[in-house]
Design a protein around this ligand. Structure first.
Ligand SMILES: *Cc1c(COP(=O)(O)O)cnc(C)c1O
Length: 463
């Protein structure tokens, strides 16, 4: 049993038995389109290319490790989500998955909205020209200063997360002579992850106001009374890396139940419902994510059906995919430094990054794939573990994967599906410098977040 923490609760950690791994693929040179960015392919020399640029030149020009992000793929996925939900729903990209000014501009251009959850994310969004009314502000402990800036800049909604915050936001809005549009985040007792979900009456986590014991209804009652607030809807976010829609079904049923209570008690039909994010992507060939249009159809049907049953007009839906948009669009490019075969066990492959650029394996027991990308190889597969350069034995990037047995120092390998929660969770552990984000598009590459330098480190260390 894993003891790793998971953002949506301990039961979410992967539960594969120790030593579990699937059989080696028939051809290690094959790049599964499910886990790689859209424009990825191998050229005639066997070198991986993305956005028309090959990884050997990318490594020469930008160094390793580096996150390589496919702009066409990002825009394509953003557009697919936008189109799938049409004009009767809103798509908010969850900025915490990965946020940079280039990403904000693409989202703006593709007609998406944006979730932020800190002053830093808000500043990034505004500085890249995202209209404030298309920004939602999240977080379970927003500071007074963050709330003031959010209200002043005119964000489209603040998602209230506690009883204290209801009063705090109302007070700040009123003192600024404003009426702030808000949603209330509730916890509905549904914990969803990948292929299963757990429905209970209570939920043991820090986010939101429990539906249980009438707490959410009480929160609504208070919000409706405060002049500084315009309550536009209810928010629910049930987990992460979800493939199965049935958790959303239970969540929507419970949220609509609350809308009905609000209508019956206050004569108010709240116009919006936000179902959160958490839609899964393929990290390995074993994962089978659904397409945005299938998800949109399923969620819209669920909400419409529940509202009809409750004799409520269907509210406007919003969703907040983060990982499902940016996750598959990037891979991390590493150079192999050492190859250490341990007889009868596996071969440890050390790369020039590690848990500082991808903490998800150590934190959530996440699974990743990996491929040799600077050349093709016909060598036999070897069971490998890709590890980083940090002073920590848990510094694992890919726990179990097959790589060609002729792998050698100087080869480039790449870990796909690292667009979400890798650069955004990167650290300076061991004073290792955080890698750049390099965008590739139509034969060109450009840095959108530069590599950290030792001067950057010393600038913060004021001695
Ligand atoms: C994290 C989060 C998301 C995005 O989750 P993904 O798994 O990246 O889709 C959306 N909404 C809220 C409230 C979140 O906390």
């Amino acid at each position: 049993m894993s003891r790793s923490a998971h953002p949506a609760g301990p039961r979410h950690a992967d539960v594969l038995p120790e030593g579990h791994y699937s059989a080696p693929p028939a051809d290690l040179n094959t790049l599964d389109g499910k886990v790689w960015a859209q424009t990825v392919t191998r050229n005639a020399d066997g070198v991986l290319t993305v956005g028309g640029v090959d990884v050997v030149s990318l490594a020469e020009q930008h160094g390793t490790p580096a996150y390589i992000l496919d702009e066409a793929d990002f825009r394509g996925r953003a557009r697919a989500w936008r189109t799938a939900f049409g004009n009767d729903a809103d798509v908010f990209y969850a900025g915490k998955a990965f946020l940079s000014r280039a990403v904000v501009r693409w989202l703006h251009e593709e007609g998406l909205n944006l979730d932020v959850c800190s002053g830093g994310e808000l500043t990034t969004a505004l500085s890249a020209g995202m209209p404030a009314d298309r920004i939602a502000f999240h977080g379970n402990n927003k500071s007074t200063e963050e709330i003031r800036r959010a209200v002043e800049s005119g964000v489209g909604r603040i998602v209230l997360d506690s009883f204290q915050e209801i009063v705090r936001v109302a007070h700040i809005a009123q003192s600024l002579g404003k009426r702030q549009r808000v949603q209330i985040r509730i916890t509905v007792g549904v914990e969803a992850h990948t292929h299963e979900f757990i429905a209970t009456a209570h939920e043991d986590q820090k986010f939101g106001i429990p539906l249980a014991d009438g707490q959410a209804a009480e929160a609504v009652r208070r919000a409706l009374q405060l002049d500084g607030l315009e309550l536009i809807g209810i928010h629910s976010h049930i987990g992460s890396q979800i493939f199965d829609m049935s958790g959303f079904e239970v969540a929507a049923h419970r949220v609509v139940g609350l809308l009905k209570v609000i209508r019956d008690e206050h004569g108010v039909e709240l116009p919006e419902i936000d179902l959160g994010g958490g839609l899964g992507i393929a990290y390995t060939s074993d994962d089978d994510p659904r397409e945005p249009h299938e998800i949109a159809k399923a969620l819209t049907e669920i909400v419409t059906r529940e509202c009809e049953a409750a004799r409520l007009s269907t509210p406007r839906i919003s969703v907040e995919p983060g990982r499902a948009i940016v996750g598959p669009t990037a891979f991390t490019l590493y150079e192999v430094g050492t190859v250490k075969p341990l007889d009868g066990l596996r071969t440890y492959v050390s790369v020039d990054g590690g848990m500082s650029d991808n903490i998800r394996t150590a934190l959530y027991d996440a699974e990743y794939s990996v491929a040799l990308v600077s050349r093709a190889s016909d060598a036999e597969p070897m069971l490998a573990r890709v590890v980083g350069k940090h002073c920590e034995s848990g510094d694992i990037v890919v726990k179990d994967a097959f790589l060609p047995s002729d792998l050698a120092p100087g080869d480039l390998i790449a870990v796909p599906a690292t667009g979400a929660y890798c650069r955004s969770m990167a650290s300076n552990y061991n004073h290792v410098l955080r890698p750049p984000v390099v965008v590739v598009h139509e034969g060109e590459s450009r840095v959108v977040v530069r590599r950290e330098t030792e001067e950057d480190l010393l600038r913060l260390d004021v001695g």
